[in-house]
Design a binder for this molecule. Sequence first.
Ligand code: G6P
Length: 611
Amino acid sequence: MCGIVGYVGDKESAPILVSGLKKLEYRGYDSAGVAVVSRNTLNVVRATGKLRNLENRVSQEEPKGTIGIGHTRWATHGRPSDENAHPHSYKGVAVVHNGIIENHLALKAELRARGHHFSSETDTEVFAHLISDELDSGRDLPEAVRQAIKQVKGTYALAVVCSSDPNRIVCTKDASPMVLGLGEGQNFVASDVPALLEHTRDIVYMEEGDLAVVTAQGVALYNRQGQLVNRPTRRIDWTPMMAEKGGHKHFMHKEIWEQPRAVADTLRGRMLLSEGDVHFEGWSLSPEKVRALSKVTILACGTSWHSGIAGKHMIESLARIPVEVELASEFRYRDPIVDSTHLAIAISQSGETADTLAAFKEAKGRGATAMAICNVMGSAMTREADISVLTNAGPEIGVASTKAFTTQLVTLYMLAVKLGRMRGTLTVQQAQEHLTRLTEVPKMIEEVLKCETSVKRVARDFMSSQDFLFLGRGPMHPVALEGALKLKEISYIHAEGYAGGEMKHGPIALIDEKMPVVVIAPKQPHVAYEKIIGNIEEVRARGGKVIAIIDEDDTHVASLADDVIRIPPACALLAPVVATIPLQLLAYHVAEMRGNDVDQPRNLAKSVTVE
Ligand code: G6P
């Protein structure tokens, strides 16, 4: 996730670019920059941190030029810094990029062998070098870009300007979004519509593999085969706020629906299927160290703690290391037993949660190897960590965490496979089977999102309930906890998540005909399917209402439950990813029907940086 803008016309471009970037700050805010061209001179201005830092620099330096590109960054490769901020430039070529180049290390090595020097840690910079080489070999700018992208594996939305060709922006996209805005004597490029609404409502959506040559007079669009094509112009009548939410009513809803893409980004470039292994950038644990690990301690709060519990099932089952999952706020005030054979993993969307950070420092200080699983590169936890693994979900704006959770789950699964291979508890073939399952997850999420209509019906039936109980066993236990947390966070309905076996030790006393009980019951042995059916019978016997999350082909539980929501079957360890999504939707629709402020629920904060 990053934001791109581009302008070509007869006005000074820098202020237009900065104001467009402001509308895209929701796509990233680690750093920002602009590159403008005037009379064969390229001026690049960049700044780390929020956009106002760039704004200040632009107003001091006043870069001149009526053509330019801009970028707001969500770091994936290289920490947030001025050097790593886009645009990246080389010999008069400036590029801005959204996406991930999987083969950037190999490309950098080849380019270095040809005498190139890199000034950033990013994957993006290779584009500037590749394009520059193509220009040197006599190609024009559009052809140079076309040849450069042929060498790249990964995803991109890319916009390029060049001092030797100062009247056009060339942009291209594959899997990352890019739109063109059509004006009179001026034209625009952007990652998303909100950046353009101030100037035009006539938008062309670029398709995969398209390349556009944008001048002040017009736009020429070519498909992947290089043929000139016509894409329809659409008139957008969204308000700017609607546009930022991509047409969804709330950021939370948008983020729920973004999960197939977010999970695909988490997996991208990391699955070494033929080797049966996982590649994590910056991985520095030796096989000896991994084999010598005696314990993994997961430290987290809130939703991230729930993903830690699911992670325990994954790591113990695939890598056979004992895992403890600790509430960070408790761990830090104990006298925990930690030594140098322990791996401490902090899981955090923000990387800034005060309790998790303090617990992480405590574990590291006592000798543990410190690994951060975070969504925000450059955050306090990634700075503290010996190894950081990014979840790559992109910025999450809704306070109730959704895509951050599911991307944490798939990251933990990849980690479990990697540790399993290094410890010899998984054969190559077993690892390949696990990785193949992981590649299917984005499609499964797309499938499960189709349940929204049935979820809405359930939400309508139970929106006035005062209490909810969520039950799950094995890997579905954290899903029950997360379902209950989501509901209470945004609907303000009292909800409890319980391990199915614990129902008889207390919650059963609460069950009466007013109590909806959400039972997460996919058909797997790990999930103790037979036992969870026992729970359902116990709830029914006391008049409680059963809402069951079940496999598509399950007829048995369907005959017992009052309502069912069907999900595609997944293996037990990955089922939490799929089974959580209906519960996110349930919380969302109940809250929405009750008229609550879904994105900013009362009393909560997105990132809790105080104790
Ligand atoms: C807050 C948020 C939760 C989040 C928790 C941990 O309570 O509202 O959604 O799960 O903090 O945040 P972290 O950024 O560390 O994952």
